[in-house]
Design a binder for this molecule. Structure first.
Ligand SMILES: Cc1cc2nc3c(=O)[nH]c(=O)nc-3n(C[C@H](O)[C@H](O)[C@H](O)COP(=O)(O)OP(=O)(O)OC[C@H]3O[C@@H](n4cnc5c(N)ncnc54)[C@H](O)[C@@H]3O)c2cc1C
Ligand code: SF4
Ligand code: SF4
Ligand code: SF4
Length: 370
């Protein structure tokens, strides 16, 4: 019977754990904690009953189920690199209060506030921050939602907060806002029938090329002479940007490649393909968000906001670019999985490179710490 030790051996210690927080949520005794950026049961206690609950809660062990989950939510419609969707457009919030705090077009924040004000949700799981470290939070008010606006790089075990949202805050209509990995995990928990997950009524997924280790990014910023208190915003596109004191510092993405966690190298989902709505900035110009509306729930919500003038919308500028990024990410994820598999078969880096037709440098980068 698989239990915590198997989860540790197959997911946590192999580096493919995305730190979604689902195993921490599922353990009935809350034995799994976030330690040094990873889920860990501090030590084997007599109390850990060696059950299968945490092992069963991990979506990373069940990728084969994702097409079925997708089909049950979105139907078996035409699938492209950005998943199945109803429409794609660009938008920004018309609320100036949100506009100042947000990352791009402020659509995530505007949408949560609208859903809260209209009783569609009674709270949300969001990533707040503590000195730029992302922190999982339950937001129940407009102010708490606005406080969580903006992108923070680093892993965040968001789903562990679902227990507190339901049990301590008494919420029953929750929106999960997160990266594609958080959304996949939330969808898996609902599909599996974890009782706490029945409170999740809406999912807002973010676009995500890759994430960066928080400490590593801060070291890079400090190397550029920037202190944590001076930083106003991070933004990643084809290059890495830090905004501080009204200035924008841009450096090549290759400089932060060493900060990318291993689990991001195998990830194939750029556009949060299982979200009710997915939101990012790629494909739209500065200050606008790109919105992918996927489900009936997402469509109802967004079209009501449009009718009430809460968002300004326009056609998305570069759909081909979004599709290209999504395709690139799938290719990279598949390639990394192949590299890991061949390494497990004990092939050398040279042999792996020759077998896959890639450079040894690439193989070596993907295998760092493997
Ligand atoms: C790790 C990461 C990588 C991303 N990569 C891309 C990319 O490659 N291309 C692209 O177009 N967009 C990317 N995004 C999304 C982008 O940064 C914005 O979040 C998105 O455009 C929404 O903007 P907004 O103004 O509507 O959001 P806001 O209204 O500012 O709200 C942002 C929301 O993001 C959530 N959030 C912040 N940090 C995290 C985190 N670490 N984990 C989970 N949730 C978080 C907060 O809960 C908040 O509710 C990424 C986001 C993250 C977190
Ligand atoms: S009690 Fe069960 S769910 Fe909790 S850590 Fe032990 S094996 Fe995992
Ligand atoms: S459930 Fe999430 S946090 Fe736990 S091991 Fe799996 S991926 Fe990691
Ligand atoms: S690249 Fe994938 S695994 Fe990494 S943070 Fe983004 S969605 Fe999660």
């Amino acid at each position: 019977m698989p239990s915590y030790e198997d989860l540790e051996a197959k997911v946590i210690d192999t580096g493919i754990c995305t730190v979604c927080g689902a195993c921490m949520l599922a353990c009935p005794n809350s034995y799994i904690k976030s330690l040094d950026g990873k889920p860990k049961r501090p030590k084997r206690t007599m109390d850990c009953v060696g059950c299968t609950i945490c092992y069963d809660a991990c979506y990373m062990l069940r990728h084969g189920l994702m097409p079925d989950i997708e089909g049950s939510i979105l139907g078996w419609g035409k699938r492209v690199s950005v998943g199945i969707y109803k429409r794609i457009l660009a938008a920004r919030t018309t609320d100036r209060g949100i506009g100042k705090a947000c990352q791009d077009g402020g659509i995530v924040t505007a949408l949560l506030i609208y859903a809260l004000d209209h009783g569609i949700i009674d709270g949300a799981l969001v990533a707040g921050k503590d000195a730029w470290v992302p922190v999982a939070c339950v937001a129940k008010t407009r102010d708490q939602i606005i406080l969580a606006a903006g992108t923070k790089y680093g892993v965040v075990p968001l789903l562990k907060e679902l227990r507190s949202a339901v049990v301590e805050h008494g919420l029953g209509k929750i929106c999960v806002v997160g990266s594609p990995c958080h959304i996949q995990s939330a969808r898996y928990l609902k599909h599996k029938g974890l009782p706490l997950a029945s409170a999740v009524k809406l999912t807002v997924g973010l676009f995500c090329r890759e994430n960066y280790d928080h400490r590593c990014i801060m070291e890079k910023a400090s190397g550029k002479g920037l202190g944590i208190d001076e930083i106003d915003k991070f933004k990643v596109a084809e290059e890495f940007n830090i905004y501080a004191g009204g200035k924008k510092l841009t450096f090549p993405i290759t400089e932060v490649k060493s900060c990318v966690p291993r689990h991001c190298l195998v990830c194939e989902d750029f556009s949060s393909e299982l979200g009710d709505i997915s939101i990012g900035s790629d494909g739209s110009s500065e200050g606008l968000s790109t919105i992918i509306v996927r489900t009936e729930e997402g469509e109802n919500l967004f079209s009501c906001m449009e009718k009430q003038g809460l968002v300004e919308t326009k056609a998305v500028e570069d759909l081909a670019y979004i599709k290209e990024i999504a395709e690139r990410k799938k290719k990279k994820g598949r390639q990394t999985k192949d590299i890991f598999r061949l390494r497990q078969e004990r092939l050398s880096e040279t042999e792996i490179a020759a077998r896959l037709g890639v450079t040894e440098e690439r193989v070596s980068h993907r295998l760092e710490g493997f």
